[in-house]
Design a binder for this molecule. Structure first.
Ligand code: MG
Length: 250
């Protein structure tokens, strides 16, 4: 069932989204060679709690940290660790969820650690732009498939691939609600978008093939071919006119 949000619920989601976005931005500002992903996680958790929210991911399905931190060939669900030390040239995806007054905001960004290769830089730019193209279709009257195909077409036009095993989702009082928001699909198909729906649009893009493997810890998901992967995510509200991004810093 798709749950439409009241104005009050949307205002809580806007607060949750802002807190998540600020925590994400703060973590990004602290990325430098030598920092561990556990230190970044601590920065995220501290910011979220200081602002009256709770980390959505902590203990979600047993996830042991506040942020998913996924370097280089890790696609999603990287577990922060004191032994995972970032180095010059790495890219690192940080995914943050914050829950405020019972409502979630969910956002992710792939950051560069110092100077990165041209290849990595292009992956980041294409993935970020694909999120923008998806959000542009998050409007009344369009369908989920319009978002999916906008992302997929843009990504594939750059000869990258869109991960199939993980998708975007509705978000609200639960972190994952209906509908699913795949980053691949056909125009004109799927659920029709109506005002007061709230969805997370979160393309995961690999330089190589879209196949992924989940490691023995049952969380860390890597590209099967070892290629780099990036992800950008926003929580978005469908309105009577333009989509509203709920996960902007401020
Ligand atoms: Mg999400």
């Amino acid at each position: 069932m798709i749950i439409l949000k009241t104005e009050r619920e949307l205002s809580y989601m806007r607060s949750a989204g802002r807190i998540a976005a600020n925590a994400l931005q703060l973590a990004g500002e602290n990325i430098k060679p030598g920092i561990s992903t556990l230190e970044l996680d601590e920065i995220v958790e501290k910011y979220i709690r200081k602002n009256g929210a709770t980390p959505s991911f902590l203990n979600y399905g047993g996830f042991p940290a506040s942020a998913c931190i996924s370097p280089n060939n890790v696609v999603v669900h990287g577990i922060p660790s004191k032994n995972c030390i970032l180095k010059e040239g790495d890219i690192v995806t940080i995914d943050v969820g914050a829950c405020y007054k019972g409502y979630h905001g969910d956002t992710a960004y792939t950051f560069a650690c110092g100077e990165i290769s041209k290849e990595a830089q292009k992956l980041l730019e294409v993935t970020k732009e694909s999120r923008k193209r998806g959000i542009e279709k998050a409007k009344k009257g369009f369908r989920i498939g319009d978002i999916s195909s906008a992302v997929q077409e843009y990504v594939e036009s750059h000869n990258y691939s869109v991960v199939r095993d993980f998708v975007g989702h509705g978000v609200g009082a639960r972190l994952h609600e209906e509908p699913s928001v795949p980053n691949f699909g056909k125009k004109g198909r799927g659920v029709r978008l109506i005002p007061h729906m709230t969805i997370a649009i979160e393309p995961m893009v690999n330089i190589g093939s879209y196949y992924v493997d989940v490691l023995e810890d049952e969380w860390t998901t890597v590209t099967r071919d070892g290629s780099l992967s990036a992800q950008f995510e926003h929580t978005v509200a469908i309105t009577e006119d333009e989509p509203v991004i709920l996960t902007l810093p401020g």
